[in-house]
Design a binder for this molecule. Structure first.
Ligand code: NAD
Length: 397
Protein backbone atom coordinates (compact mmCIF):
# COMPACT_ATOMS: atom_id res chain seq x y z
CA UNK A 1 0.00 0.00 0.00
CA UNK A 2 1.38 3.48 -0.78
CA UNK A 3 2.72 5.30 2.25
CA UNK A 4 0.40 8.23 1.55
CA UNK A 5 -2.77 6.12 1.82
CA UNK A 6 -4.85 6.85 4.94
CA UNK A 7 -5.19 3.07 5.34
CA UNK A 8 -1.44 2.82 6.04
CA UNK A 9 -0.95 1.88 9.67
CA UNK A 10 1.55 3.96 11.65
CA UNK A 11 3.45 3.19 14.86
CA UNK A 12 4.88 5.93 17.07
CA UNK A 13 7.58 4.77 19.49
CA UNK A 14 8.03 7.11 22.46
CA UNK A 15 4.89 8.75 23.87
CA UNK A 16 6.50 11.85 25.38
CA UNK A 17 6.04 15.47 24.33
CA UNK A 18 6.86 14.82 20.68
CA UNK A 19 5.58 11.26 20.20
CA UNK A 20 2.12 11.96 21.57
CA UNK A 21 1.82 15.07 19.38
CA UNK A 22 2.95 13.17 16.29
CA UNK A 23 0.45 10.37 17.07
CA UNK A 24 -2.30 12.98 17.26
CA UNK A 25 -1.33 14.43 13.86
CA UNK A 26 -1.22 10.98 12.21
CA UNK A 27 -4.55 9.92 13.73
CA UNK A 28 -6.16 13.22 12.70
CA UNK A 29 -5.06 12.43 9.12
CA UNK A 30 -7.00 9.14 9.31
CA UNK A 31 -4.29 6.60 10.14
CA UNK A 32 -4.53 3.90 12.74
CA UNK A 33 -1.66 4.69 15.11
CA UNK A 34 -0.04 2.21 17.48
CA UNK A 35 1.47 4.12 20.38
CA UNK A 36 4.44 2.55 22.20
CA UNK A 37 6.51 3.63 25.20
CA UNK A 38 8.97 1.61 27.27
CA UNK A 39 7.79 3.19 30.55
CA UNK A 40 4.94 1.06 31.85
CA UNK A 41 1.54 2.63 31.23
CA UNK A 42 3.07 5.74 29.59
CA UNK A 43 1.43 5.17 26.19
CA UNK A 44 -2.00 4.73 27.80
CA UNK A 45 -1.45 7.85 29.94
CA UNK A 46 -0.44 9.85 26.87
CA UNK A 47 -3.69 8.80 25.17
CA UNK A 48 -5.71 9.89 28.24
CA UNK A 49 -3.92 13.23 28.30
CA UNK A 50 -4.70 13.68 24.62
CA UNK A 51 -8.37 12.83 25.32
CA UNK A 52 -8.47 15.72 27.83
CA UNK A 53 -6.81 18.11 25.39
CA UNK A 54 -9.26 17.16 22.64
CA UNK A 55 -12.24 17.58 25.00
CA UNK A 56 -11.10 21.15 25.67
CA UNK A 57 -10.74 21.81 21.93
CA UNK A 58 -14.28 20.49 21.36
CA UNK A 59 -15.59 22.73 24.17
CA UNK A 60 -13.92 25.73 22.55
CA UNK A 61 -15.47 24.78 19.21
CA UNK A 62 -12.10 24.25 17.54
CA UNK A 63 -12.77 20.57 16.81
CA UNK A 64 -15.99 18.60 16.30
CA UNK A 65 -16.90 15.81 18.72
CA UNK A 66 -16.77 13.38 15.79
CA UNK A 67 -13.23 14.42 14.88
CA UNK A 68 -12.13 14.07 18.48
CA UNK A 69 -13.73 10.60 18.77
CA UNK A 70 -12.12 9.53 15.48
CA UNK A 71 -8.64 10.62 16.59
CA UNK A 72 -8.94 8.76 19.89
CA UNK A 73 -10.44 5.66 18.32
CA UNK A 74 -7.54 5.45 15.87
CA UNK A 75 -4.87 5.64 18.59
CA UNK A 76 -4.36 2.04 19.59
CA UNK A 77 -2.90 0.92 22.92
CA UNK A 78 -2.10 -2.64 21.82
CA UNK A 79 0.14 -5.50 22.96
CA UNK A 80 3.28 -3.51 22.05
CA UNK A 81 2.20 -0.39 23.99
CA UNK A 82 4.59 -0.99 26.88
CA UNK A 83 7.63 -1.27 24.64
CA UNK A 84 7.72 -4.79 23.21
CA UNK A 85 8.33 -3.89 19.58
CA UNK A 86 8.17 -7.55 18.52
CA UNK A 87 4.47 -7.46 19.42
CA UNK A 88 3.73 -4.67 16.90
CA UNK A 89 1.55 -5.71 13.97
CA UNK A 90 2.97 -5.03 10.48
CA UNK A 91 2.81 -1.27 9.87
CA UNK A 92 3.68 0.95 6.89
CA UNK A 93 5.54 3.62 8.85
CA UNK A 94 7.22 3.84 12.24
CA UNK A 95 8.17 7.21 13.73
CA UNK A 96 10.56 6.93 16.65
CA UNK A 97 10.56 9.73 19.25
CA UNK A 98 12.35 8.26 22.28
CA UNK A 99 15.19 9.76 24.36
CA UNK A 100 17.99 11.41 22.39
CA UNK A 101 20.53 8.57 22.79
CA UNK A 102 22.14 6.86 19.82
CA UNK A 103 22.44 3.47 21.55
CA UNK A 104 18.74 3.38 22.49
CA UNK A 105 17.60 4.49 19.04
CA UNK A 106 19.92 2.09 17.24
CA UNK A 107 18.62 -0.84 19.23
CA UNK A 108 15.00 0.12 18.52
CA UNK A 109 15.74 0.39 14.78
CA UNK A 110 17.47 -3.01 14.87
CA UNK A 111 14.38 -4.65 16.39
CA UNK A 112 12.05 -2.85 14.00
CA UNK A 113 14.17 -3.77 10.96
CA UNK A 114 14.17 -7.41 12.02
CA UNK A 115 10.44 -7.65 12.73
CA UNK A 116 8.84 -5.37 10.18
CA UNK A 117 8.67 -5.88 6.43
CA UNK A 118 11.54 -4.46 4.33
CA UNK A 119 9.11 -1.96 2.83
CA UNK A 120 8.15 -0.46 6.22
CA UNK A 121 9.53 3.07 6.37
CA UNK A 122 11.50 3.66 9.58
CA UNK A 123 11.76 7.31 10.60
CA UNK A 124 13.47 9.02 13.53
CA UNK A 125 12.49 12.35 15.05
CA UNK A 126 16.03 12.93 16.36
CA UNK A 127 17.08 16.58 16.64
CA UNK A 128 20.81 16.13 16.80
CA UNK A 129 21.94 12.58 16.04
CA UNK A 130 23.20 11.42 12.66
CA UNK A 131 20.35 9.54 10.98
CA UNK A 132 22.96 7.48 9.08
CA UNK A 133 24.41 6.27 12.40
CA UNK A 134 20.94 5.23 13.59
CA UNK A 135 20.51 3.30 10.30
CA UNK A 136 24.00 1.73 10.41
CA UNK A 137 24.13 -2.03 9.80
CA UNK A 138 20.36 -2.38 9.46
CA UNK A 139 18.56 -4.62 7.04
CA UNK A 140 17.29 -2.47 4.14
CA UNK A 141 18.75 0.90 5.25
CA UNK A 142 17.22 2.60 2.19
CA UNK A 143 13.90 2.90 4.06
CA UNK A 144 15.43 4.79 7.01
CA UNK A 145 14.92 8.57 7.07
CA UNK A 146 14.56 11.41 9.54
CA UNK A 147 11.19 13.08 10.06
CA UNK A 148 12.06 16.01 12.29
CA UNK A 149 8.90 17.60 13.67
CA UNK A 150 8.88 20.82 15.68
CA UNK A 151 7.33 21.35 19.08
CA UNK A 152 4.34 21.17 19.44
CA UNK A 153 3.77 18.86 16.44
CA UNK A 154 0.03 19.57 16.02
CA UNK A 155 0.70 23.32 15.65
CA UNK A 156 4.08 23.57 13.95
CA UNK A 157 3.84 23.25 10.18
CA UNK A 158 7.46 22.46 9.40
CA UNK A 159 8.88 18.94 9.09
CA UNK A 160 12.50 18.39 8.04
CA UNK A 161 12.64 15.21 5.93
CA UNK A 162 16.21 14.04 6.43
CA UNK A 163 18.07 11.78 4.01
CA UNK A 164 21.05 9.57 4.71
CA UNK A 165 23.47 8.58 1.95
CA UNK A 166 21.44 5.36 1.68
CA UNK A 167 17.84 6.65 1.83
CA UNK A 168 15.90 5.77 -1.32
CA UNK A 169 14.66 8.81 -3.30
CA UNK A 170 11.20 7.22 -3.63
CA UNK A 171 10.95 6.84 0.15
CA UNK A 172 11.86 10.51 0.63
CA UNK A 173 9.34 11.64 -1.98
CA UNK A 174 6.56 9.52 -0.46
CA UNK A 175 7.40 10.77 3.03
CA UNK A 176 7.27 14.40 1.86
CA UNK A 177 3.93 13.76 0.17
CA UNK A 178 2.62 12.12 3.34
CA UNK A 179 3.67 15.13 5.40
CA UNK A 180 1.73 17.40 2.99
CA UNK A 181 -1.29 15.16 3.46
CA UNK A 182 -0.87 15.63 7.22
CA UNK A 183 -1.08 19.40 6.67
CA UNK A 184 2.66 19.93 7.13
CA UNK A 185 5.24 21.72 4.99
CA UNK A 186 8.14 19.36 4.33
CA UNK A 187 11.67 20.50 3.50
CA UNK A 188 14.45 18.07 2.68
CA UNK A 189 18.06 18.04 3.81
CA UNK A 190 20.99 15.77 4.46
CA UNK A 191 21.77 14.49 7.93
CA UNK A 192 24.10 17.45 8.50
CA UNK A 193 24.56 18.43 12.18
CA UNK A 194 21.51 20.43 13.27
CA UNK A 195 19.77 19.76 9.92
CA UNK A 196 18.54 23.13 8.56
CA UNK A 197 16.86 24.97 11.43
CA UNK A 198 19.08 24.04 14.35
CA UNK A 199 22.15 24.75 12.22
CA UNK A 200 21.29 28.04 10.56
CA UNK A 201 19.78 29.44 13.78
CA UNK A 202 23.01 29.14 15.78
CA UNK A 203 24.20 32.75 15.19
CA UNK A 204 20.83 34.14 16.29
CA UNK A 205 21.85 33.08 19.79
CA UNK A 206 25.63 33.23 19.42
CA UNK A 207 25.98 36.82 18.19
CA UNK A 208 23.76 38.28 20.91
CA UNK A 209 25.52 36.22 23.58
CA UNK A 210 28.89 37.54 22.41
CA UNK A 211 27.61 41.12 22.46
CA UNK A 212 26.32 40.57 25.99
CA UNK A 213 29.69 39.18 27.08
CA UNK A 214 31.44 42.18 25.50
CA UNK A 215 29.16 44.55 27.43
CA UNK A 216 27.59 46.12 24.34
CA UNK A 217 24.19 46.16 26.09
CA UNK A 218 22.22 44.10 28.59
CA UNK A 219 20.11 41.11 27.56
CA UNK A 220 16.79 42.96 27.64
CA UNK A 221 18.13 45.76 25.43
CA UNK A 222 19.62 43.34 22.88
CA UNK A 223 16.29 41.44 22.80
CA UNK A 224 14.44 44.69 22.25
CA UNK A 225 16.76 45.68 19.38
CA UNK A 226 16.18 42.37 17.59
CA UNK A 227 12.41 42.56 18.12
CA UNK A 228 11.78 46.20 17.37
CA UNK A 229 14.42 46.82 14.73
CA UNK A 230 15.00 43.31 13.35
CA UNK A 231 11.40 42.10 13.13
CA UNK A 232 12.08 38.94 15.15
CA UNK A 233 9.13 37.81 17.24
CA UNK A 234 11.30 37.14 20.28
CA UNK A 235 14.85 38.13 21.19
CA UNK A 236 17.50 35.45 21.71
CA UNK A 237 17.62 35.76 25.51
CA UNK A 238 13.88 35.55 26.16
CA UNK A 239 13.66 32.76 23.58
CA UNK A 240 16.42 30.63 25.13
CA UNK A 241 14.85 31.22 28.56
CA UNK A 242 11.67 29.76 27.08
CA UNK A 243 13.40 26.83 25.32
CA UNK A 244 15.57 26.11 28.38
CA UNK A 245 19.23 27.19 28.55
CA UNK A 246 20.25 23.54 29.05
CA UNK A 247 18.38 22.42 25.92
CA UNK A 248 19.71 25.31 23.80
CA UNK A 249 23.28 24.79 25.05
CA UNK A 250 23.05 21.03 24.35
CA UNK A 251 21.97 21.66 20.73
CA UNK A 252 24.72 24.25 20.22
CA UNK A 253 27.37 22.03 21.78
CA UNK A 254 26.25 19.06 19.70
CA UNK A 255 26.57 21.03 16.44
CA UNK A 256 29.96 22.41 17.55
CA UNK A 257 31.35 18.97 18.41
CA UNK A 258 29.97 17.36 15.25
CA UNK A 259 31.64 20.05 13.11
CA UNK A 260 35.06 19.40 14.68
CA UNK A 261 34.70 22.41 16.96
CA UNK A 262 34.08 24.91 14.19
CA UNK A 263 34.39 28.38 15.83
CA UNK A 264 31.12 29.32 14.13
CA UNK A 265 29.28 27.24 16.69
CA UNK A 266 31.41 27.53 19.80
CA UNK A 267 29.23 27.91 22.91
CA UNK A 268 29.89 30.91 25.15
CA UNK A 269 30.83 31.00 28.83
CA UNK A 270 27.88 33.12 29.83
CA UNK A 271 25.45 30.36 28.84
CA UNK A 272 27.57 27.54 30.32
CA UNK A 273 27.66 29.43 33.61
CA UNK A 274 23.88 29.88 33.62
CA UNK A 275 23.39 26.15 33.12
CA UNK A 276 25.94 25.27 35.80
CA UNK A 277 24.11 27.60 38.21
CA UNK A 278 20.79 25.91 37.43
CA UNK A 279 19.44 29.09 35.83
CA UNK A 280 17.71 27.22 33.02
CA UNK A 281 15.10 29.84 32.16
CA UNK A 282 11.36 29.96 32.74
CA UNK A 283 11.19 26.37 33.97
CA UNK A 284 13.41 27.21 36.96
CA UNK A 285 12.07 30.75 37.39
CA UNK A 286 15.44 32.27 36.52
CA UNK A 287 17.61 32.31 33.40
CA UNK A 288 18.87 35.50 31.81
CA UNK A 289 15.74 37.01 33.36
CA UNK A 290 13.75 36.34 36.55
CA UNK A 291 10.19 35.06 36.26
CA UNK A 292 7.20 35.36 38.59
CA UNK A 293 4.92 32.33 39.07
CA UNK A 294 2.65 33.82 36.40
CA UNK A 295 5.50 33.44 33.88
CA UNK A 296 5.92 37.24 33.62
CA UNK A 297 9.44 38.61 33.71
CA UNK A 298 10.38 40.55 36.83
CA UNK A 299 12.34 43.84 36.79
CA UNK A 300 13.19 43.89 33.10
CA UNK A 301 13.75 47.36 31.74
CA UNK A 302 15.29 47.47 28.30
CA UNK A 303 17.04 50.68 27.30
CA UNK A 304 15.16 51.69 24.16
CA UNK A 305 17.46 54.64 23.43
CA UNK A 306 20.54 52.40 23.60
CA UNK A 307 18.88 49.85 21.27
CA UNK A 308 18.13 52.61 18.73
CA UNK A 309 21.68 53.95 18.97
CA UNK A 310 23.24 50.51 18.30
CA UNK A 311 21.14 49.67 15.24
CA UNK A 312 22.69 51.15 12.11
CA UNK A 313 25.96 51.90 13.93
CA UNK A 314 29.27 49.98 13.57
CA UNK A 315 28.67 46.32 12.67
CA UNK A 316 30.52 45.04 15.76
CA UNK A 317 27.87 46.54 18.03
CA UNK A 318 24.81 46.42 15.74
CA UNK A 319 22.76 43.46 17.04
CA UNK A 320 20.48 43.36 14.01
CA UNK A 321 22.94 43.68 11.11
CA UNK A 322 25.51 41.44 12.79
CA UNK A 323 22.96 38.68 13.42
CA UNK A 324 21.46 38.86 9.95
CA UNK A 325 24.88 38.83 8.22
CA UNK A 326 25.73 35.64 10.09
CA UNK A 327 22.35 34.03 9.36
CA UNK A 328 22.88 34.76 5.66
CA UNK A 329 26.41 33.32 5.76
CA UNK A 330 25.16 30.17 7.46
CA UNK A 331 22.20 29.70 5.10
CA UNK A 332 24.14 30.13 1.85
CA UNK A 333 26.91 27.88 3.12
CA UNK A 334 24.45 25.05 3.82
CA UNK A 335 23.24 25.30 0.23
CA UNK A 336 26.80 25.49 -1.14
CA UNK A 337 27.63 22.23 0.62
CA UNK A 338 24.64 20.59 -1.04
CA UNK A 339 22.76 19.92 2.20
CA UNK A 340 19.49 21.63 1.20
CA UNK A 341 18.03 23.96 -1.44
CA UNK A 342 17.89 27.74 -0.98
CA UNK A 343 14.10 27.60 -1.11
CA UNK A 344 13.93 24.94 1.60
CA UNK A 345 16.36 26.87 3.81
CA UNK A 346 14.15 29.97 3.66
CA UNK A 347 10.96 27.95 4.20
CA UNK A 348 12.53 26.13 7.16
CA UNK A 349 13.76 29.31 8.85
CA UNK A 350 10.49 31.21 8.50
CA UNK A 351 8.26 28.29 9.57
CA UNK A 352 10.58 26.59 12.07
CA UNK A 353 11.77 29.68 13.93
CA UNK A 354 9.31 32.41 12.99
CA UNK A 355 12.05 34.63 11.57
CA UNK A 356 10.59 37.48 9.53
CA UNK A 357 12.59 36.34 6.46
CA UNK A 358 14.80 33.54 5.29
CA UNK A 359 18.58 34.02 4.74
CA UNK A 360 18.25 34.16 0.94
CA UNK A 361 15.49 36.76 1.12
CA UNK A 362 17.74 38.90 3.34
CA UNK A 363 20.63 38.37 0.94
CA UNK A 364 18.50 39.51 -2.01
CA UNK A 365 17.53 42.62 -0.05
CA UNK A 366 20.98 43.53 1.25
CA UNK A 367 23.14 42.40 -1.67
CA UNK A 368 26.13 40.09 -1.36
CA UNK A 369 28.63 42.98 -1.39
CA UNK A 370 27.17 44.49 1.78
CA UNK A 371 27.07 41.18 3.65
CA UNK A 372 30.63 40.31 2.61
CA UNK A 373 31.83 43.72 3.77
CA UNK A 374 30.08 43.28 7.13
CA UNK A 375 31.53 39.81 7.65
CA UNK A 376 35.02 40.98 6.72
CA UNK A 377 34.77 43.80 9.24
CA UNK A 378 33.67 41.31 11.91
CA UNK A 379 36.48 38.94 10.95
CA UNK A 380 38.99 41.77 11.31
CA UNK A 381 37.58 42.74 14.71
CA UNK A 382 37.26 39.16 15.97
CA UNK A 383 39.74 36.94 14.12
CA UNK A 384 39.76 33.15 14.47
CA UNK A 385 37.47 31.87 11.73
CA UNK A 386 34.04 32.44 13.22
CA UNK A 387 33.32 35.23 10.71
CA UNK A 388 34.97 33.67 7.66
CA UNK A 389 32.98 34.46 4.55
CA UNK A 390 31.29 31.54 2.82
CA UNK A 391 32.70 31.00 -0.69
CA UNK A 392 29.06 31.09 -1.80
CA UNK A 393 29.00 34.81 -0.89
CA UNK A 394 32.48 35.56 -2.24
CA UNK A 395 31.33 34.10 -5.57
CA UNK A 396 28.48 36.58 -5.77
CA UNK A 397 30.53 39.78 -5.49
N1 NAD B 1 11.11 18.36 22.71
C1 NAD B 1 11.37 18.98 21.57
O1 NAD B 1 11.22 20.20 21.44
C2 NAD B 1 11.84 18.18 20.39
C3 NAD B 1 11.69 18.74 19.10
C4 NAD B 1 12.08 17.97 17.99
C5 NAD B 1 12.63 16.71 18.18
N2 NAD B 1 12.78 16.20 19.44
C6 NAD B 1 13.32 14.85 19.57
O2 NAD B 1 12.24 13.95 19.81
C7 NAD B 1 12.68 12.86 20.63
C8 NAD B 1 11.79 12.79 21.86
O3 NAD B 1 11.81 14.00 22.55
P1 NAD B 1 10.69 14.38 23.64
O4 NAD B 1 10.91 15.82 23.96
O5 NAD B 1 9.36 13.92 23.18
O6 NAD B 1 11.18 13.47 24.87
P2 NAD B 1 10.35 12.98 26.13
O7 NAD B 1 11.34 12.77 27.19
O8 NAD B 1 9.17 13.86 26.38
O9 NAD B 1 9.78 11.54 25.67
C9 NAD B 1 10.57 10.44 25.40
C10 NAD B 1 9.76 9.18 25.68
O10 NAD B 1 10.49 8.05 25.19
C11 NAD B 1 10.28 6.98 26.09
N3 NAD B 1 11.33 5.99 25.90
C12 NAD B 1 12.61 6.03 26.34
N4 NAD B 1 13.27 4.93 25.93
C13 NAD B 1 12.39 4.18 25.21
C14 NAD B 1 12.49 2.94 24.53
N5 NAD B 1 13.61 2.24 24.52
N6 NAD B 1 11.38 2.47 23.89
C15 NAD B 1 10.23 3.17 23.92
N7 NAD B 1 10.09 4.35 24.56
C16 NAD B 1 11.16 4.86 25.20
C17 NAD B 1 10.27 7.63 27.46
O11 NAD B 1 9.60 6.81 28.41
C18 NAD B 1 9.51 8.94 27.17
O12 NAD B 1 8.12 8.81 27.38
C19 NAD B 1 14.16 13.12 20.91
O13 NAD B 1 14.93 12.43 19.96
C20 NAD B 1 14.29 14.62 20.72
O14 NAD B 1 15.60 14.99 20.36
C21 NAD B 1 12.39 16.91 20.54
Amino acid sequence: MPLTDAQTTVAVVGAGAMGSGIAQVAAAAGHEVHLVDAAEGAAARAREKLANTLTRLVEKGRLSAEESDGILRRIVIGPAADGDLRALPPVGLVIEAVVEELGVKHEIFGTLAAHQDESTVLATNTSSLDVGAIAADLRAPERVIGLHFFNPPPLMKLVEVVRTTQSAPAVLEDASELMRRWGKTPVTCTSTPGFIVNRVARPFYGEAQRMLEAGVADAATLDLALREHGGFRMGPFELTDLIGQDVNLAVGTSVWLQTDRDPRYEPVDVQRELVEAGRLGRKTGHGYFRYADSGQTVDVTPDAARARELVGGPIETDPVARTIAMLVNEGVDLVRRGEASAEDVDTAMTLGTNYPKGPHAWLAELGAATVVEQLRALDAAFPGGRYRVSPALEDRV
